[in-house]
Design a protein around this ligand. Structure first.
Ligand code: ZN
Length: 141
């Protein structure tokens, strides 16, 4: 288990497969995802919440036929306090900007950190965000 001294104290666990928060609640700690072929990007304080990347980044909008897509949509699942079956999801639109895959996943790591910050402040996340620079802007439908 990685422990990073530079991170805020509330995020003690990063990129785990077995969730310490679920384990503490007596639930199955294994985190399942829609796609297992992506790096595990997960966060938890080991007690109150977990957040993880649920699927590989999907070009957005999906139905766009011409030219490269301008954005990726990245889906996260999170669970705050409640039981694992109450897992909620939050979608983040990331500008594509000719990023290689390695860079994209590095960016997703920092998005996970931004989401955790919001989650701890507001006790929930919006359904949809747009990444602008280094911050997340909430989008309405
Ligand atoms: Zn958990």
């Amino acid at each position: 288990m990685l422990h990073c001294a530079d991170e805020p104290r509330q995020v003690a666990y990063r990129n785990f497969n077995l969730c310490p928060h679920c384990e503490q609640r007596g639930e199955d700690p294994l985190l399942l995802r829609m796609s297992e072929c992506i790096p595990m990007i997960s966060r938890s304080d080991g007690k109150n919440f977990h957040l993880l990347l649920a699927d590989r980044p999907v070009p957005f909008p999906a139905e766009r036929r011409e030219g490269p897509s301008r954005e990726f949509s990245v889906c996260f699942w999170y669970c705050l306090g409640e039981q694992k079956k109450e897992t909620k999801s939050s979608l983040v639109l990331v500008p594509a900007e000719s990023k290689g895959h390695g860079d994209l996943y590095r960016e997703i790591e920092s998005i996970a950190d931004l989401l955790v910050k919001k989650l701890l402040e507001r006790k929930k996340l919006a359904v949809l965000y747009n990444l602008q620079g280094n911050s997340l802007r909430e989008l309405g439908y």
